[in-house]
Design a protein around this ligand. Structure first.
Ligand code: 5GP
Ligand code: ZN
Length: 113
């Protein structure tokens, strides 16, 4: 989608440090990492928020989770990681192309703020 920063990353119009890519999913390093390892997993299809997941596109979220598991194995994250998705303004969503943050590399507090 025009004017979507993550669609521009998918289309290689702007650079990103890509760690995983297949036909439906891409993962890249967050430009402003909150943890030593901070990756973003996105479907290549532009879905604005988690509330826009439906019967047509839900299979892409399954592909996304499969990619998370593969990357977590490759990066040897057995000690733990957190997968989180912010939906809409109260959760602090800034980029309206659905994404999961994979946070790892240090112990994480719970509950989050
Ligand atoms: P949100 O608050 O929407 O869940 O998080 C969006 C995330 O995208 C933020 O952690 C932010 O640092 C990251 N981000 C925003 N723009 C870019 C960009 O152009 N490149 C990369 N790699 N990450 C970005
Ligand atoms: Zn997009």
């Amino acid at each position: 989608m025009k004017d979507c920063i993550f669609c521009k990353i998918i289309n290689k119009e702007i650079p990103a440090d890509i760690v995983y890519e297949d036909g439906n999913v891409m993962a890249f390093k967050d430009v402003n990492p909150a943890t030593p390892i901070h990756l973003l997993f996105i479907p290549k299809k532009h879905i604005p928020t988690l509330m826009d997941v439906d019967g047509e596109n839900a299979h892409l979220m399954g592909d996304l989770h499969r990619a998370v598991a593969q990357v977590a194995r490759e990066m040897e994250l057995e000690s733990g990681f957190r997968l989180v998705s912010n939906c809409n303004k109260d959760a602090g969503q800034i980029v309206f192309h659905v994404h999961y943050h994979l946070l790892a590399g240090r112990p994480l507090q719970w509950p989050p703020g």
